[in-house]
Design a protein around this ligand. Structure first.
Ligand SMILES: O=C(O)CCC(=O)C(=O)O
Length: 359
């Protein structure tokens, strides 16, 4: 699911589009040391926020795009004439809702038993965001390591036990520490994904129902069910069973891929964007098809169902920095003392929560 196939030719239309939009750093002519971002021509990138504004004024979307009418769904939805099954809901979430889901994505979602990109290396680690705010460090403890060895020998599953814990500072590190402490803030920067509900096993590229998991939080389920309506038949309700939360740092990208591990592709993936603006590429059923590039902003929701589930897609670029990130309103909501840690994170990051019905 993640990253392009290794054998993929650099010459496919999808790859060319990725290269066109990805972030390039070039030497800054004004300073010998600093790198600057190479300017990218964004004139072909579809901007549903300006489309919405002119649609509300004149009722006319641009050629190839139409407003989708869905009884009982009282917000604007746009579709591409040549990408059936893809739905774009601009500004689907209020700023308060965006702030709520950013907080949850950083504090609650990466908590065990949910697995994260760090679990395979460190085992389950709790309270990462809090530890990063409090300048804690992760240390390995020999005594716990011995416990784990004992448990494993006795046939118990050591997946639930962590031999790593957060400690106040390197000096306070417990005796028995056997490796260099790692700052929680560094680990937070390395956090790439967490999984909710049924846990996705990246090595097997499948859902592993035997892994311990909690149900997707009710509020997220409700939101996904509500937002999935345009892509569902009127007789059925979307059943959220799993979610992947992606965390993007300034130079991260998500290579072109298909999400094909769910049983019923007629059901949508509900994909929520939070934080910095990104470019999303929606290709066709072959990597040779020219992808459509569009901006995804905080609060936008995208649905991919039916034929759109067979379309390659990816995120070649996120925009950070005050000029292009489009997060000013969000930052002002996070500016009070209790929330400035979220502001510091989201100013340079993007979060995507994509919710799936697996069976
Ligand atoms: O970040 C996004 O908007 C897309 C995420 C995605 O395609 C995925 O997780 O499969």
């Amino acid at each position: 699911m993640y990253g392009a196939e290794p054998a993929e030719s650099e010459r496919t239309a999808f790859r060319r589009a990725e290269k066109r939009y990805k972030l390039y750093k070039t030497p800054n002519p004004k300073s010998r040391k600093k790198l600057t971002h190479r300017t990218t021509d964004l004139s072909d990138v579809v901007d549903f926020h300006s489309i919405l504004q002119s649609f509300e004024r004149s009722g006319d979307p641009p050629p190839g795009i139409y407003g989708f009418q869905c009884p009982g769904f009282n917000r604007p939805v746009f579709c591409f004439a040549d990408r059936p099954g893809f739905y774009f809901i601009p500004s689907a979430l209020t700023v308060e809702e965006q702030c709520h889901w950013i907080r949850e994505s950083l504090t609650t979602f990466p908590q065990p038993p949910n697995r994260t990109s760090l679990t395979a290396i460190y085992g389950p680690i709790a309270d990462l965001f809090d530890a990063a705010q409090n300048q804690k460090v992760l240390i390995e403890t020999k005594s716990l390591a011995a416990d784990i060895e004992h448990e494993t020998k006795n046939g118990e599953n050591s997946l639930h036990t962590s031999k790593y814990i957060f400690s106040e500072a390197p000096d306070d590190a417990r005796r028995g520490e056997s490796c260099k402490p790692i700052a929680a803030s560094v680990l937070l920067q390395k956090l790439r994904w967490s999984t909710l509900g049924l846990q996705f096993d990246w090595s097997k590229r499948n859902y592993d129902v035997s892994l311990p998991h909690n149900k997707i939080p009710d509020a997220l389920c409700l939101l996904a069910k509500k937002m999935a309506v345009p892509a569902m038949s009127s007789r059925e309700e979307f059943q959220p069973e799993a979610a992947i939360v992606n965390y993007f740092g300034p130079s991260d990208m998500l290579g072109g891929h298909l999400d094909d591990m769910e049983a019923d592709w007629s059901k949508p993936i509900v994909s929520i964007s939070l934080g910095c603006k990104a470019i999303f590429l929606l290709g066709g059923k072959s990597r040779e098809d020219n992808p459509i590039a569009m901006f995804l902003r905080s609060g936008d929701i995208v649905l991919m169902a039916g034929q759109a589930r067979e379309c390659f897609h990816g995120v070649p670029r996120i925009f950070t920095g005050d000029e292009h990130a489009d997060v000013a309103t969000l930052l002002s909501h996070f500016s009070d003392k209790d929330n400035c840690c979220f502001m510091d994170y989201i100013r340079y990051s993007r979060i995507n929560i994509n919710i799936r019905q697996v069976n």
